[in-house]
Design a protein around this ligand. Structure first.
Ligand code: GLN
Length: 486
């Protein structure tokens, strides 16, 4: 039997279009693999819904009205609201919540013909780097069940790596697409802030949140990204007023003469030698492909940690005030009055990390501290964005590690939230600047764990990033390697 679960989105698309397989056959294969919820990757599955969508796809394939990705399965991070599946954002406070509408990204992928497999586990409200903050238990890394899959889109990365879905959506506020992609050996891209609509994406830090695809290859990511992006100004005021783009068009462009900036701050003492070796090898591969490496500096890289961990919690403290037991999800059973109901509902419904961030956020925004923390962080955020523009005068794309180490073991950082925060150092700068960034499999490090190469582009240069990633994937096979038994 053909191993449908190992095929790319690209291959599945053409097999479906030529009717060599049916959408129902493909969906059935993935649903079978998802049985027993391996790696705890999924939070909601409904095979009836999935099969009904697959049958509708088969009808469209038969009558010639098929979309570009008709019949190809996709699973969504549980931060995207969906009408046909429960949405929890990994939180107890939204346990059993069902949205009356689909997020724009979900709806756009459905219009392109994709069949929804279910909802994927993630850190609560996307706050985390290891998926240890999900109220529904952690996701295991398919390469080593004792290790974290990364976060917060850990379920998305694990599902693709384990062949439970050919592609998934993720969200990235400070690295949540790139870092789990790196930890699980798959490809993921966070587009320029505003490229994909945030409508129906449960808000964490609105000035940073951005949706993107996660799949095995850059080519598959390009296919999904082309369908996901597009202006949605009526429903997301920060969505970009730009036409949709075919991100597959320039995948095969030559890299001859491409200037790749190497920020010295990304290769300092904190970088594990195994990660460094894999990243260096990828850079040598780029030189063989005709690219030139240019030393650059992003002098405020270190400051991105305090800046992000002020701004993101500040926005979260405001965004999460809507979860009060009145309109959504969980409500405490016994309370004396309205304020008591709010207090008990939130005390019961939110996990520790979410509470920590709400408190930090409320603190940095409070009278007397606002100038010292929040305002200061905003000023430095602007300087970080300016540093990138300086750098892009000398180079076309920037390359470095996604994370300082490979996936760590469960429990290693469990009682030390700051250790997790520090590990975000290489993904936060691009997020703060609103730039597109991606993770590309670049080899393996300690414990045989995958290492991701990060590529950062200037605003709207997703096509260039995908081109650079695709050419590397034509020259290497790291993105094709799978955990044992997959
Ligand atoms: N690890 C970062 C955080 O905990 C980033 C998370 C994200 O991008 N959603 O906030």
């Amino acid at each position: 039997m053909r191993e449908l679960h190992t095929l790319s989105v690209k291959t599945l698309t053409s097999l479906l279009q030529t009717k060599e397989v049916s959408a129902v056959e493909v969906a059935t294969r993935f649903l079978a693999r998802m049985g027993g919820n391996p790696h705890n990757a999924f939070l909601d599955i409904d095979s009836e819904v999935t099969l009904a969508q697959a049958r509708a796809s088969d009808a469209k394939l038969a009558d010639g009205t098929a979309g570009p990705l008709e019949g190809v399965p996709v699973a969504h991070k549980d931060v995207f609201v969906t009408r046909d599946f429960a949405t929890t954002a990994g939180s107890k406070i939204l346990s059993g919540y069902r949205s009356p509408f689909d997020a724009t990204v979900v709806q756009r992928l459905r219009s392109a013909g994709m069949v929804t497999l279910g909802k994927l586990n993630c850190d609560e409200f996307a706050m985390g780097s290891a998926n240890e903050n999900s109220a529904y238990g952690p996701v295991q890394n398919p390469w080593d069940a004792a290790r974290v899959p990364g976060g917060s889109s850990g379920g998305s990365a694990a599902a693709v790596a384990a062949g439970l879905a050919p592609a998934a959506t993720g969200t990235d506020t400070g690295g949540s697409i790139r870092q789990p992609a790196s930890f699980c050996g798959i490809t993921g891209i966070k587009p320029t802030y505003g490229r994909a609509s945030r409508y129906g994406m449960i808000a964490y830090a609105s000035s940073l949140d951005q949706a993107g695809p996660m799949a095995r290859s850059a080519e598959d990511c390009a296919l999904l990204l082309s369908a996901m992006c597009g202006s949605d100004l009526d429903r997301d005021s920060t969505s970009l007023d730009m036409p949709t783009e075919d991100f597959t068009a320039s995948l095969n462009n030559t890299l001859d003469g491409l200037r790749i900036g190497i920020p010295k701050e990304f290769f300092g003492e904190g970088l594990a030698p195994d990660v460094r070796a894999a990243v260096d090898a990828a850079l040598r591969e780029y030189e063989k492909l005709g690219a030139k490496l240019v030393p650059i500096s992003l002098p405020r890289t270190e400051l991105s940690i305090p800046v992000y961990y002020i701004i993101a919690p500040a926005e979260a403290s405001s965004n999460l005030s809507r979860f009060d037991g009145v309109k959504f999800g969980h409500r405490a059973k016994d309370y004396t009055d309205l304020v008591d109901m709010y207090k008990k509902t939130r005390a019961e419904g939110f996990g520790n990390e979410v509470k920590r961030r709400i408190m930090t956020g409320a603190y940095v925004l409070s009278h007397g501290y606002y100038d010292a923390y929040y305002l200061q962080a905003q000023k430095i955020r602007r300087m970080i964005a300016d540093d990138f523009q300086q750098a892009f005068q000398q180079c076309d794309v920037i390359a470095g590690p996604v994370a300082p180490s490979v996936a760590w073991k469960f429990g290693d950082n469990a009682n030390d939230p700051v250790a997790d925060y520090l590990a975000d150092i290489f993904t936060l700068p691009a997020s703060l600047a609103g730039l597109p960034g991606m993770s590309v499999p670049a080899g393996f490090g300690a414990g045989g764990m995958p290492v991701g190469l990060q590529l950062i582009g200037n605003y709207f240069k997703e096509a260039q990033l995908l081109n650079a990633a695709h050419r590397l994937q034509q020259a290497t096979d790291f993105h094709l390697r799978k955990p044992e038994g997959i």
